[in-house]
Design a protein around this ligand. Structure first.
Ligand SMILES: Cc1cc2nc3c(=O)[nH]c(=O)nc-3n(C[C@H](O)[C@H](O)[C@H](O)COP(=O)(O)O)c2cc1C
Length: 184
């Protein structure tokens, strides 16, 4: 598939199963991610991989983030969090690591990390790996951020769930570009 066709036909896969991406495929995706435009070449991003049994620890973290402080998580909350944590073999957390820069404000560094995540899901699609970008309350939860080892200057931009698509991919909706263009 040529690059333009890939970009125009990419779709997410929410139903994912084993196997997840290989370490080599993850490297390829990160190389593709790293080619996202990056003002001043700061590389304001890093990745955390959650695979195998680590997903259970991630589920515990999600459950804790949905539970009031000093209370024990409710069994229904634990079950829901465990299900979410295990809905794909691999979860790649894309983190924006923001530094002070005279010409590159925080928002540009977060946009850059978002562009990296976008390149990664497109690279996954090219490799035949299903991917789904999620955030939700967990991405902004101090408990999740601390549990995953984020520093004060870091933000979660994406949880990219990855694996083998369980069902055939849908055809993306078409778009009429002129609906979105004004000429000034
Ligand atoms: C920053 C960001 C956060 C997102 N968070 C969620 C999410 O938490 N849950 C969800 O169902 N979709 C989320 N999405 C949307 C999906 O990843 C996906 O793009 C959408 O369902 C459309 O499907 P498609 O990519 O196949 O067109 C998010 C997308 C972006 C860019």
């Amino acid at each position: 598939m040529d690059a333009l066709t890939t970009l125009q036909s990419r779709v997410s896969s929410s139903l994912l199963e084993n196997p997840g991406p290989t370490p080599q495929q993850i490297d390829e995706m990160i190389k593709a991610g790293s080619r996202a435009p990056d003002h001043a070449g700061l590389r304001p991003w890093r990745f955390i991989l959650i695979e195998g049994d680590s997903r259970l620890r991630f589920g515990e973290l999600l459950a804790r983030s949905n539970t009031p402080e000093n209370a024990e998580p409710d069994p229904a909350i634990i079950e829901n969090a465990m299900r979410k944590a295990q809905r794909a073999p691999t979860i790649m957390v894309v983190v924006a690591s923001i530094t002070e820069h005279p010409k590159v404000p925080e928002i540009e560094q977060i946009i850059c990390a978002g562009a990296v995540a976008s390149n990664i899901i497109t690279a996954a699609f090219t490799l035949g790996i299903g991917a789904y970008w999620r955030t939700g309350a967990a991405a902004f939860s101090p408990i999740v951020k601390q549990g995953l080892g984020l520093e004060e200057n870091e933000q979660i931009v994406a949880f990219i769930y990855m694996g083998t698509p369980r069902v055939s991919l849908r055809t993306p909706p078409s778009i009429t570009p002129s609906d979105y263009i004004t000429r000034w």
